[in-house]
Ligand binder design. Structure first.
Ligand code: G3P
Ligand code: CA
Length: 315
């Protein structure tokens, strides 16, 4: 976190009352009144360190991220761990360590071998190297647990927690809230230096968090370009507003559903698009210019980026 002191400026009407928080940092000091300008590091500073690992999380905080985004899922023994994919072979050496533990699954017309996360206990996951695939200098980096991630970021950055495919893990919402409770982070503003936000592409999971579990933590609904039509309609937004305090749209949606996003803002939903990455910029000279355009022209409330060091300074 670039500036240790954050002002908690709660200003969202959510769940029928004013609860959700916005944080004001050095980055957003000129943001429209009551609206933030968050620098959200996607899977950590994932352009520079292996995604969803402690080195990437720490680097993101050092680079000034207001929040670190990470993906949580469950191991076979129902421990919460950070991993993006449902399977382990892209980001670990699981094929070498456990050569026989794959499943053959159909993907389109192809049958492929997958080492599924939820076939492995935490003790087994701890044997995997989650760093070398990215760069040999990260050899020995492990898949972190949710608790380890909180401890690494506490006091340094906010937590932008994505429940990844929660429909695969019955009860994961309750486990996440229990861990946040144990760490003293289950309520808005509990630790102003470590604000917490929950997000998911799965509406039913967010409905559990906001409804049955009654959390007052801010909740963003992730909307892909494929799902933008129904969710950014008048009816879709009304439905979203019942369980979310913000929306994290795929950035291309600004070209196709500008009216829906404008309506979302007018309804008080924060808008934090994804994913801005220097390795995949189209139509802009660089990722800094791209993020600047979204922040200035679309006045979004934050950007989710692999390159948190590239957030443009305020003009
Ligand atoms: O936070 C937005 C982004 O993380 C959603 O996409 O696939 O990178 O988890 P994904
Ligand atoms: Ca994610």
């Amino acid at each position: 976190m670039s500036i240790p002191v954050r002002i908690v400026a709660a200003s969202l009407a959510a769940f029928g009352c004013v609860t959700a928080l916005a944080t004001v940092t050095a980055h957003n000091q000129n943001a429209p009144a009551g609206r933030p300008r968050w620098n959200v590091a996607h899977r950590g500073a994932s352009a520079y360190a292996p995604e969803n690992t402690i080195p990437a999380f720490r680097l993101a905080a050092e680079q000034g991220a207001d929040f670190v985004e990470f993906d949580v899922q469950l191991s076979k023994d129902r421990q919460i761990v950070c991993l993006h994919d449902n399977s382990l072979e892209r980001t670990t050496d699981v094929e070498e360590v456990f050569p026989d533990r794959f499943r053959t699954v159909s993907e389109g017309a192809q049958a492929v071998r997958r080492w599924m996360l939820d076939d492995f206990t935490l003790a087994e996951l701890r044997r995997l190297d989650a760093g070398t695939w990215f760069d040999p200098k990260f050899r020995g980096t492990r898949i972190p647990t949710f608790g380890e991630t909180i401890d690494a970021l506490r006091g340094r950055s906010g937590l932008f927690i994505e429940l990844k495919t929660p429909e695969r893990y019955e009860g994961i919402e309750r486990l996440i809230m229990a861990e946040l409770e144990a760490k003293g982070l289950a309520t808005p503003g509990a630790d102003p230096r470590t604000p917490v936000l929950l997000q998911s592409f799965t509406a039913s999971s967010l409905q559990i968090l906001a409804g049955a579990l009654g959390t007052k933590l801010p909740i963003h609904f992730l909307v892909s370009a494929r799902d933008a039509g129904p969710w950014l309609s008048t009816e879709g937004l009304a439905k979203m507003k019942a369980f979310a305090t913000g929306v994290s749209p795929e950035k291309t949606i600004f070209a196709t559903h500008a009216d829906g996003l404008k309506r979302a803002r007018e309804m008080g939903l924060l808008v934090t698009p994804y994913t801005f990455r220097a390795s995949a910029v189209k139509g802009y000279p660089d990722v800094r210019a791209e993020m600047a355009d979204y922040l200035e022209r679309f006045t979004v409330d934050g950007v989710i980026t692999d390159n948190p060091d590239q957030l443009p300074p305020r003009r």
